[in-house]
Design a binder for this molecule. Structure first.
Ligand code: SF4
Length: 328
């Protein structure tokens, strides 16, 4: 499934987000930043799609475009069978009820001046779904759901640990009973010991509440833990998309191979023996992506044709897509 497939909850077709800078003193615009450059993807019902790539590859901008926090330059966003790319008014309001976000930093995601019960209940109040005693009851249920004692609703965020704050952020995201949550690096700011607790909590809610996740992370081991399928992004494009086990067992794109080779292995003997692929050079600027395959400037197996022709994202094996001229 890349887009438009049955079972699709969220669908993106040729989605692009280009940012244009200000005119210079000669009245000319600088080249646009091609943060997202023609992405076609789908997230199914009750599915977790992991989205990985280096910092600056466009994955967070893609998440923001899905949430309509930035306006797509081109392409389409569908949700539950409806085109919501240009939704406004009631349509946008319903969409925003159904799609919530969990950000990286639980410290800044909660208003330090509000009691945590007020923060968790704020979406219910804003959407006119509960107030008064009913609101208090629902806040208590949400705190209980994420494993926090309801009597702590009157405390302030600074009285909670990092892991507890991320639980509060999750409780707030669940308040409107969404169908999809966009998780942008939700455990990156947490201690390693707390990460698996939060990931397991998200997985438990997927089972209990039938949620879907678009799970954005630079950390492949985290994505491997939680995802059903994984999409790998490079310079604003998806270069590989596959079911999780296929991707980790048999990556097809040289960029994915390099990322996987950098994951530390728990066994020190295996770790010493493994061949790590070191990519040369830096990620090219998204204002001037290289011609042909965008990865050719760093690819260890690039051929002359790679500099001329853009490889399309093709289904090389059943459900396993890759954008590479040389891999079949
Ligand atoms: Fe490397 Fe060429 Fe494949 Fe691009 S198309 S990933 S440069 S081999």
């Amino acid at each position: 499934m890349t887009g438009g497939a049955p079972g699709e909850l969220l669908g993106l077709t040729d989605l692009a987000v280009h940012f244009t800078g200000r005119r210079n003193w000669r009245g000319r615009y600088p080249p646009p930043v091609r943060a997202v450059d023609g992405v076609t993807l789908a997230v199914g019902h009750r599915e977790t799609l992991g989205l990985v790539g280096e910092s600056g590859c466009g994955k967070s901008t893609l998440g923001n475009a899905v949430l309509r926090l930035v306006r797509p330059t081109a392409g389409q966003v569908r949700f539950d069978g409806r085109d919501v790319t240009a939704a406004t008014g009631d349509e946008l309001r319903v969409f925003r009820r159904n799609v919530q976000m969990i950000f990286q930093d639980p410290y800044s995601a909660l208003n330090p001046k509000l009691k945590v019960g007020e923060s968790v209940g704020e979406p219910l109040l804003a959407h006119g779904l509960a107030d008064g005693e009913a609101l208090g009851r629902q806040v208590n249920e949400l705190l209980d759901l994420v494993g926090l004692p309801p009597e702590r609703a009157t405390r302030y965020p600074h009285e909670f640990s990092g892991g507890q704050r991320q639980r509060l952020v999750i409780a707030r995201a669940l308040a409107l009973r969404p169908k999809l949550i966009v998780c942008d690096e939700p455990v990156s700011a947490l201690d390693v010991s707390i990460r698996s607790q939060i990931l397991n909590l998200l997985m438990e809610f997927q089972q209990r509440l039938g949620l879907s996740y678009l799970f954005i992370s630079h950390d492949l081991s985290v994505v491997r833990h939680i995802s059903h399928r994984v999409a790998v992004m490079y310079l604003g494009r998806v270069v590989e998309l596959a079911p999780r086990d296929n991707l980790f067992r048999e990556p097809l794109h040289p960029y994915t191979e390099a990322l996987i080779s950098a994951i530390p292995l728990p066994d020190p003997i295996q770790q010493r023996k493994r061949h790590r692929i070191i990519l040369k050079g830096e990620l090219p600027k998204p204002t001037a992506p290289p011609p042909g395959c965008p990865f050719h400037t760093r690819c260890p197996i690039a051929q002359p044709m790679c500099r001329e022709k853009v490889p399309p994202l093709e289904e090389k094996r059943s459900g396993h897509w890759a954008a590479c001229h040389l891999r079949n």
